[in-house]
Design a protein around this ligand. Structure first.
Ligand code: NAP
Length: 267
C-alpha cells in the first residue's frame, strides 16, 4: 500500500471539483476519491487519473442521502485507510426572486446540498481525522457567503451558513491537529451557470476579466493545502467589495437598487 495522501472531493463530476481532482490526482500524487451523482463521469475521470499513473476511487454519491454519505466515507477508509483532505465542493445555485423559487426543488434542495450536505459529509469523515490527529477540511463557499445580493437569497443563505459552520468547526478541531479552510470564489466559468435559472432583463453579468476558471480555483485549493489558511477570497481584489459592503452597507444597498433591482423589477 502506498502512503500517498488521500483527498476526498464531493462534486467531482464537473467544474471546480473535476479540475481539483485532476490537479491532485495527476500532478500532485494524491490518491483521489471522486464523489457525485453522475457515476459515468466519475468513472471516466478515474480512468484518466489511473491512466496517468495515479489512483482514483469513483463513488456514486448523492449528498442529500445520509446512507450514501456514510457509504462514501466507509468505502474511502476501506480502500485507502485515511482521509487527509476533505474538499466539500458539491453545490448549485438558483438565482431567481424568492417568490419565483420552488419551495422544494429550489429552496429545500439548495439548503440540503449546499449546507446540510457539507455538514453531514464533514461529520461522517471527521472521526477518522480525529483518530489520526490530522486532516484538512476545505469548504467551497462563495463570495455570496460574504456579500448577499438580490436573487441570491437562498444561495447566499447556504453560503453564509457554510461560513458560520467553517469558522465554528475550525475552533472546535484545530486543537486536534485538523485544519479548516473556507474558500470564497467570485464567478467561475463552469456548468454551474447552466442550473441557475438566471434571466436578466438588464443583461448584467460578471465582467469577463473578473471570471475565474475551474483551474484557478483548483490551484487555490492546492495552495491552501500546502499552507492552511482560515479563508481565501479569490480573485483577491474581491476583498475590496467585501470591505465596502462591511463599512458602507447602505451605500451598497443604494448601488444595487440603482444598478440592478429597479431595472430588473421594472418599478
Ligand atoms: N461557478 C461559480 O461561479 C461558483 C462561484 C463560487 C462558488 N462556487 C461553488 O463551487 C462549487 C462547485 O461548483 P462548480 O462551479 O464547479 O459547479 P458545477 O460544475 O455545476 O459542479 C457542481 C458539482 O456538484 C455536484 N452535485 C450537485 N448536487 C449534488 C448532490 N445532490 N450530491 C452530490 N453531488 C452533487 C455535481 O455533480 P452531479 O450532478 O454529478 O451530482 C457537480 O459535480 C459549488 O459549491 C458552488 O456553489 C461556484
Amino acid at each position: 500500500m502506498t502512503s500517498n495522501p488521500v483527498i476526498l472531493i464531493t462534486g467531482a463530476s464537473s467544474g471546480i471539483g473535476e479540475a481539483t481532482a485532476r490537479l491532485f490526482g495527476m500532478q500532485q500524487g494524491y490518491r483521489v476519491v471522486l464523489a457525485a451523482r453522475r457515476l459515468e463521469r466519475l468513472d471516466q475521470l478515474a480512468d484518466e487519473i489511473q491512466g496517468s499513473g495515479g489512483e482514483a476511487l469513483p463513488i456514486k454519491t448523492d449528498i442529500t442521502q445520509l446512507d450514501q454519505i456514510q457509504g462514501l466515507v466507509e468505502a474511502t477508509l476501506a480502500k485507502f485507510g485515511q482521509i487527509d483532505v476533505l474538499l466539500n465542493n458539491a453545490g448549485f445555485g438558483r438565482m431567481m426572486w424568492l417568490e419565483q423559487l420552488d419551495p422544494i426543488d429550489d429552496i429545500a434542495l439548495q439548503l440540503q446540498v449546499n449546507l446540510n450536505g457539507v455538514i453531514q459529509v464533514t461529520r461522517a469523515a471527521l472521526p477518522s481525522m480525529i483518530e489520526r490527529r490530522s486532516g484538512h477540511i476545505i469548504n467551497m463557499a462563495s463570495v455570496a457567503g460574504l456579500i448577499a445580493t438580490p436573487t441570491y437569497s437562498i444561495y447566499a443563505a447556504t453560503k453564509f451558513g457554510v461560513r458560520g459552520f467553517t469558522e465554528a468547526l475550525r475552533r472546535e478541531v484545530s486543537i486536534l491537529g485538523i485544519s479548516v479552510t473556507g474558500i470564497y470564489p467570485g464567478g467561475v466559468v463552469t456548468e454551474f451557470q447552466q442550473h441557475t435559472g438566471v434571466d436578466r432583463k438588464t443583461g448584467l453579468s460578471t465582467p469577463g476579466f473578473m471570471q475565474l476558471t475551474a483551474h484557478d480555483v483548483a490551484d487555490t485549493v492546492f495552495r491552501a493545502v500546502q499552507r492552511p489558511r482560515r479563508m481565501v477570497v479569490v480573485p483577491w481584489f474581491m476583498w475590496g467589495a467585501v470591505w465596502l459592503n462591511s463599512i458602507a452597507p447602505g451605500l451598497v444597498d443604494f448601488m444595487i437598487r440603482q444598478r440592478f433591482t429597479n431595472r430588473e423589477r421594472n418599478l
